[in-house]
Design a protein around this ligand. Structure first.
Ligand code: SAM
Length: 217
């Protein structure tokens, strides 16, 4: 069971982390403030405060990771969240990214493939006061039942951009997805301009665990 307590020391380490990711180029005041508020150490099983506030991914069991804070901030910034946005997150993992999106005012739908992580996070995250809509299953196909979304964020590395995800975006909506091989990916941002037109931007390299499932590895 995670210890849910925050502390003076954790707050200090968090301020340093915010400065660090700001130095790496994150500009959004709302994203920096959400990272500054979120007690990342309570998402870890072991209570190594220093590790929790290093700008690094960290194992969360089941061969999966909690993403690097800079990466969470970078993806969140690309989503350009407005209050009330309906966002689909693929890869719930620890729930940290979902909590950041909720802190930004989004309504979050989050789907996790790994049954044990799904169970752990659905029990844990509401205790912190964060209540996304949780789903267990293969998110490489999106979550068509609740589409369309203002944006979709994929937090695992995909071999390519699944068509199903673009279909589930609203017009004007944005898909943020790391695409590449199983070691390194580019962050791809697809903006849906009309029913059959989209624009695409790419940002340099990231390293995610692989997206599994039908349209994954
Ligand atoms: N967003 C997470 C967080 O804040 O902790 C990071 C999660 S980790 C980098 C990627 C997650 O994607 C893992 O929990 C993994 O089990 C999950 N995953 C992989 N393939 C998936 C799929 N097809 N559908 C849903 N989740 C998937």
């Amino acid at each position: 069971m995670n210890n849910l307590e925050d502390s003076y020391k954790a707050k200090g380490l968090r301020r340093q982390l915010v400065k660090e990711i700001e130095g790496k180029g994150i500009k959004s005041a709302t994203v920096l403030s959400a990272i500054g508020k979120m007690p990342r150490h309570v998402f870890f099983d072991s209570i190594f405060l220093e590790h929790a506030y290093e700008d690094k991914a960290f194992p969360i069991g089941e061969k999966q990771t909690i993403s690097q804070p800079y990466t969470v901030a970078f993806q969140s910034e690309l989503l350009n969240v407005s209050k009330g946005d309906k966002i689909l997150e693929i890869g719930t993992g620890s729930g940290y990214q979902a909590a950041i999106l909720l802190e930004l005012g989004a309504e979050v739908f989050t789907i996790e493939y790994n049954q044990k992580l799904f169970q752990k996070t659905i029990e844990f995250l509401p205790k912190l006061g964060y209540n996304p809509h949780f789903f267990e299953g293969d998110g490489s196909l999106g979550l068509p039942k609740h589409a369309p979304y203002d944006s979709i964020v994929v937090t695992a590395g995909a071999p390519n951009v699944p068509d199903a995800l673009i279909k589930q975006l609203k017009i004007g909506g944005v898909l943020v997805i790391p695409v590449g091989d199983q070691k390194q990916q580019k962050m791809i941002v697809i903006k849906k301009l009309s029913q059959n037109k989209a624009s695409k931007k790419e940002f340099s390299h990231f390293s995610f665990v692989p997206l599994l499932g039908k349209d994954g590895w």
